[in-house]
Design a protein around this ligand. Sequence first.
Ligand code: ZN
Length: 131
Amino acid sequence: MDSLSVKTGKRQELRDVTSEIQQYISAKGFTSGVLTVYCPHTTAGITINEGADPSVARDILVSLERLIPLRGDYRHMEGNSDAHIKTSLVGPSVQVIVEEGRLMLGTWQKIFFAEFDGPRTRKVWLKWVSS
Ligand code: ZN
């Protein structure tokens, strides 16, 4: 297993990490298999969605904020319950098929690190299984 470091710059953001992950695959010389991209944090996750129009990432964050506001009927002492709940909705990981050394993503798809309680330096774990 390897890990990537991701520095986020805001409390909440969807950061496109596709090129970093593609660079990792190329540097390792991986050709055919599946890469698991896993976020080992309770207030950040990983998702795949449209990267061509940045408004999509913005709309996802704004909609999550409307559904799960910062302040609400929460009991968690840290005051970041919204971040925990958003993380559960987004999920901790994605699996991506790799063929001929390239991430097999749809035309408009990008891999996003979903930060919900930043800014922080975060980890992403990467596990390769070849086929
Ligand atoms: Zn917490």
